[in-house]
Design a protein around this ligand. Structure first.
Ligand code: NAP
Length: 468
C-alpha cells in the first residue's frame, strides 16, 4: 500500500477564516472566542508538524491528533513534503535507518537531481527506470536521489514527492547543495486527509480509510435506473457511490452493489458507499442508522453524513460516533456545513468529520470555504458538480469550458470533473446514463494547465443552484 503525507498551512487557514466570517448560516454565529480557539489550535498543529526530525507526540484530547503512526517523513529546512512511499523492502530499511531522525547532505547534479549518501547499503531491487520530477530513488543501494527532471538509469524506486510541480521542486531544493531530513513519526489527521492522490485515484481520509476520488451520485434515480447505474459504475472501475435516506434508493444502491460483487467478483472492501440521515430523522438517529443499514444490506456503511444542519444534529452525530465504535459505520461526515456551521459544530463532537459534501460547480465555487475545510484535514466532496439537473445544459455549453474541452479532446463534463479533482475535491456526478457514467470515470488521460484552472476559476458567479 502506498502512503502519503502533506504540509499543513495554518496561516492560510486563519486568513481564510477571517475572509469567510461573513458566510451566512442557518442558525449559528461564530463567537470571537471560538475563532481564536480554533486558530490557536491550528497554529499549534503547524508548529508541531514542522518540528523536523522530532517524533510527533501523541496529542492528548486533540481532535486532530495523529492518526497514522510510523510514517516516513521527509523535510527540507522547516518544510515537510508530501511523499507517496513505495511499499518495498528498501523503504522499510530506510525507515529503520531514519528512526527518530537523520540528516542527509545532498549535492546537486546536472541541474535536475539531488544526490546524497546514506552511509550504508539498503536492500535493492534495481531495474531500468525513467524518472520524472519528484521521484525519489535509491542508487547503488547507498545513495538517495531526488529528481527535478527526467533521467533513465538502473534504480530502486523509493517514492514520489506529490503536490509540487517542477518549478516548485526547484524552489524547494534550490540550485545548490541542500540537507534533507528523514524521520519516522506520526501522520496527523490533517496530513492524512490532504493526501489526495490522482494516480491512485483515492484520498486517505482522517479516519484511516481510503476513499475513491470519483464516483456516482444517485439523487433522483428510480429503483431500476439506480441498480443499473451502480452496476455500470462498478463494472467500469468506479467504486464510490453516494445515496441518502431522502433519495429513497438506499435499497437499490445495496442491490446494485450486491449484484456487482457477485457478477463481477468485486470484493466489498473495494466499494465505498456513502449515505446520509436527514434532519427529520435526528430525533431518533439510532432508528435512522439501523434503517439505512438494513436497506443497504451490505454489512457496514463506509461513510454516513448528516444531510443538513438542524435541530438535534450534534446528538445525531454522537450517535453515529457510537456506530463507528461498533464497526457498523467506518467514517463520518457532514453535508451542507459551511464556515460558521463547522466552527460551531466541531468543538461539540469527538470524531472529526472525514468529509464535507457541499454544492460546488464552476458557477458556485466556494473558493474560501473549500480551503477552510481542507485545512482542517477534512476532505471536500461536491454535489451538483455539473450544475444539477435543470442547469447542466447551460454549464456544459459554457464557452470557456467548451474551448478547454476541445483543446483536450474531452467533453465539458470531463473538464469540470477534472477541474474539481485538481482542486482536491471528490466528485460524484449523478447519472442514469451508462455512457455518461463511463465518461465521468475517464478523467485521468489529461490534465488542465494552470491557465485553464484559472480560466475556470474566473467563471465563479456565486450562483447557488439550490437553497441549502
Ligand atoms: P449533477 O451531477 O450536477 O448533474 C446531474 C445531471 O447531469 C443529470 O441530468 C445527468 O444526466 C447529467 N450528466 C451526468 N454526466 C453527464 C455527462 N457526462 N454529460 C452530460 N450530462 C451528464 O447533479 P446531481 O446528480 O443532482 O448531483 C450529484 C450528486 O450529488 C447527486 O446525485 C447526489 O448524490 C449528491 N447531492 C447531494 C446533495 C446534498 O445536499 N448533500 C444535494 C444534491 C445532490 P444523465 O442522467 O442523462 O447522465
Amino acid at each position: 500500500m502506498k502512503r502519503a503525507k502533506s504540509v499543513i498551512c495554518a496561516g492560510l487557514m486563519m486568513l481564510v477564516m477571517s475572509a469567510c466570517a461573513g458566510r451566512t448560516s442557518n442558525d449559528s454565529a461564530v463567537s470571537t472566542s471560538d475563532r481564536e480557539e480554533i486558530s490557536k489550535e491550528a497554529e499549534e498543529m503547524t508548529l508541531t508538524a514542522m518540528q523536523e526530525n522530532d517524533r510527533m507526540p501523541e496529542q492528548e484530547g486533540s481532535k486532530e491528533e495523529a492518526v497514522i503512526m510510523n510514517e516516513l517523513l521527509l523535510s527540507v529546512g522547516d518544510k515537510r513534503l508530501s511523499v507517496e512511499w513505495e511499499d518495498n523492502e528498501s523503504v522499510d530499511a530506510l525507515k529503520d535507518l531514519a528512526g527518530p531522525g537523520m540528516k542527509i547532505n545532498m549535492a546537486m547534479y546536472g541541474g535536475f537531481e539531488q544526490v546524497g549518501s546514506i552511509g550504508t547499503s539498503l536492500p535493492r531491487n534495481d531495474s531500468q527506470t525513467t524518472t520524472s520530477p519528484g521521484d525519489i530513488v535509491l542508487y547503488s543501494g547507498n545513495q538517495i536521489v531526488i529528481f527535478y527532471g527526467s533521467n533513465s538509469w538502473s534504480y530502486t524506486r523509493l517514492g514520489k514527492i506529490t503536490g509540487l510541480n517542477e518549478k516548485e521542486l526547484e524552489d524547494t531544493f534550490g540550485n545548490g547543495d541542500v540537507t534533507i531530513g528523514l524521520s519516522v513519526g506520526a501522520q496527523t489527521a490533517t496530513e492524512a486527509a490532504q493526501s489526495f492522490d490522482l494516480e491512485d485515484r483515492s484520498v486517505m481520509l482522517n479516519s484511516g480509510y481510503k476513499m475513491p476520488i470519483m464516483g456516482l451520485g444517485t439523487y433522483s434515480l428510480d429503483h431500476d435506473t439506480c441498480v443499473n447505474s451502480v452496476k455500470t459504475l462498478l463494472q467500469n472501475g468506479g467504486r464510490l457511490i453516494d445515496t441518502a435516506y431522502m433519495y429513497g434508493n438506499e435499497d437499490a444502491v445495496g442491490e446494485g452493489v450486491r449484484q456487482a460483487m457477485e457478477e463481477y467478483g468485486i470484493p466489498r472492501e473495494e466499494i465505498f458507499v456513502i449515505t446520509k440521515i436527514y434532519p427529520s430523522q435526528f430525533s431518533d438517529p439510532e432508528a435512522a442508522i439501523d434503517m439505512a443499514l438494513e436497506k443497504l444490506d451490505i454489512g457496514y456503511i463506509d461513510m454516513m453524513l448528516l444531510h443538513h444542519p438542524g435541530n438535534g444534529d450534534v446528538e445525531a452525530y454522537k450517535t453515529m460516533e457510537r456506530y463507528v465504535e461498533k464497526g457498523k459505520i467506518r467514517s463520518l461526515g457532514l453535508s451542507n456545513w459551511y464556515v460558521e456551521e463547522l466552527t460551531e459544530f466541531l468543538p461539540q463532537i469527538t470524531i472529526t468529520p472525514a468529509l464535507v459534501q457541499n454544492e460546488i460547480h464552476p458557477y458556485y465555487q466556494e473558493q474560501e470555504v473549500v480551503p477552510f475545510i481542507q485545512e482542517k484535514g477534512i476532505v471536500v466532496q461536491c454535489w451538483y458538480p455539473l450544475g444539477g439537473r435543470g442547469h447542466t445544459s447551460e454549464l456544459l455549453a459554457d464557452e470557456t469550458i467548451k474551448s478547454i474541452a476541445e483543446a483536450h479532446g474531452v467533453s465539458s463534463a470531463q473538464v469540470i470533473l477534472r477541474w474539481d479533482l485538481q482542486r482536491g475535491i471528490v466528485v460524484i456526478p449523478g447519472s442514469g446514463n451508462s455512457d455518461h457514467i463511463k465518461e465521468n470515470l475517464d478523467l485521468f488521460g489529461f490534465e488542465l494547465t494552470e491557465d485553464e484552472m484559472k480560466q475556470i476559476s474566473l467563471l465563479d458567479r456565486g450562483e447557488k443552484h439550490d437553497w441549502y
